[in-house]
Write a protein that binds this ligand. Sequence first.
Ligand SMILES: [Zn+2]
Length: 308
Amino acid sequence: MYAVGIDVGGTAIKIGLFEKNGRLVDKKEIPTRHENNCEFVFSDMAEAVKEVLKNNSVKKKNVSGIGIGMPGPVVNNVVQHCVNLGWQNKIDAAGITEKLTGIKTVVLNDADAAGYGELWQGSAKSYKNVVLVTIGTGVGGAVINNGVLIEGFGGSAGEIGHMTVEMNSKRHCNCGKNGCLETYASATGIVRTAEELLDSGEKSVLTKENLTARDIFDAAKNGDNVALKTVDVFGKYLGMALANIAVVTNPEIILLSGGVAYAGEIITDIVKKYFDVFAFKSVKNTEIKIASLKNEAGIYGAAYTTLS
Ligand SMILES: [Zn+2]
């Protein structure tokens, strides 16, 4: 038996073909076409799935299903909205895909898919209580309790990026609020912190032009003052948010995932430092690690949901 896992992102759609035991047999990546509010996403995806099955001589009847991770809240296989793809309204992503492919389809939030992926074949393989935080352009999350994902009443459980971490903040978030974790701990938030420090006249090898989170972590590793202060601000807010999450969900392990997390030890060191400062005594021993499946976690997790 095989399973197909798909990860729909703002720039690319990743497709993976898996064996039931978790082996990734083949993968394919196609661009996300943004014409007419991404109306071709489903037809492009269906064509790519057919091609992958054909190339590997896998018949439809030997596929347990297609799992799709989508960048938005999902309730009962229905995407509620997708800001990145320009979808304001509910979309029956599973129904549309089933019609186009003739294969049973399950849809879930992309960060949730990544959480399941790590639980199935990644860093959380031997765990049941897991919090995964994705740190990229935005901040997302997945909370898994006793092996089961917590979706919440309206599919918004685990929207870690929109926890308010600063009450009087002037940092405006895409969601409409001020002071969300995402405005401090995402790649965009990190750059903003460094820019503010540079504006205040602090000396640094960094300049505001084309500044990225990666430049900042590289400079921090070389001891740059502004970069180090920026990393400290990032760690303080993320560490505090994770400590608060830990006291609500009491996970065994917290995994840091997404582009920013792969800066490595500098990230885990600073997050652990502040987690320890803010965590309640009985959750201080929570493990904090970098997720191992990197940008493939989503396709693993999406495929996994069709097998369970
Ligand atoms: Zn927000």
